[in-house]
Design a protein around this ligand. Sequence first.
Ligand SMILES: NC(=O)c1ccc[n+]([C@@H]2O[C@H](COP(=O)([O-])OP(=O)(O)OC[C@H]3O[C@@H](n4cnc5c(N)ncnc54)[C@H](OP(=O)(O)O)[C@@H]3O)[C@@H](O)[C@H]2O)c1
Length: 252
Amino acid sequence: MDAMKTALIFGASGGIGQAFTRYCQKNYDSIIVCSRDIEHLQICDKKFAANAICYEVDPTKEEQLAQLSEQLSQGNYKLSLIVNACGLLHQEGGPFPEKKIEDFDAEQFKKIIEANTIVTPLIAKHFLPLLEKGAKGLGTTGIFASLSARVGSISDNYLGGWYSYRASKAALNQIIKTLAIESSRRFKHCAILALHPGTTDTKLSKPFQENVPKGKLFSPDYSVSKMMKIIKNADLEDNGKFFAWDGQVIEW
Ligand SMILES: NC(=O)c1ccc[n+]([C@@H]2O[C@H](COP(=O)([O-])OP(=O)(O)OC[C@H]3O[C@@H](n4cnc5c(N)ncnc54)[C@H](OP(=O)(O)O)[C@@H]3O)[C@@H](O)[C@H]2O)c1
């Protein structure tokens, strides 16, 4: 039997993670969806589950990633896309992102760094070696994509605020750039991308949607359709780039 073209998605219970799951379920032979809480995945509904396998994985726990990677390496998959859609801006009940330096909280910063920064290199460590070439019609390059945010760009920082989130995404961007350099030597058929989805209507953006200009708050399905366009068109020249939802390259 031919290996199936497969997408692997982390953070699958999130607004954007769910939309990636919906898209990939229609466009890939199979999908592997990972969440810390699979009870809440729509995909686990039996009628959707035909080509999907769900794993309860906490991507901050390296031993769980290692175990899944070992399991997948023994399966008949052709992994052509890995998406990390995990992220954290605030938690229910706060604290909220900092407006001023007095709001900075070291414990909260550590949690945000763990969710926004540390997860990506851990996923790369355990799954990048399994990533193969893209499949026909889905781009020819194997893609490792991590959800970043425009506010992680240091050169684009004109407003200030949100110290922890900005810093965690800036550190993520540095990881992506560094991984791309290593990948160009070791995983020559793969491109490593950072993606900014645009302001998207999810739990993460909910408290901050009031001032979003009309037409600039995207549905998760819309932002994923734009990011998938980038992923499908990406080739090795795009390795190490930071793309906004509309295909524009964001400066680091
Ligand atoms: N929404 C926006 O406007 C927007 C804008 C710019 C960038 N982004 C980025 O897009 C990505 C997806 O965000 P979203 O809007 O879909 O947010 P969301 O609905 O809150 O989903 C985020 C997902 O991340 C995972 N997660 C949360 N806390 C975590 C932790 N402590 N450790 C590990 N995983 C954790 C959870 O997935 P599981 O429990 O399923 O594992 C959660 O469902 C994030 O990286 C975010 O920064 C979003």
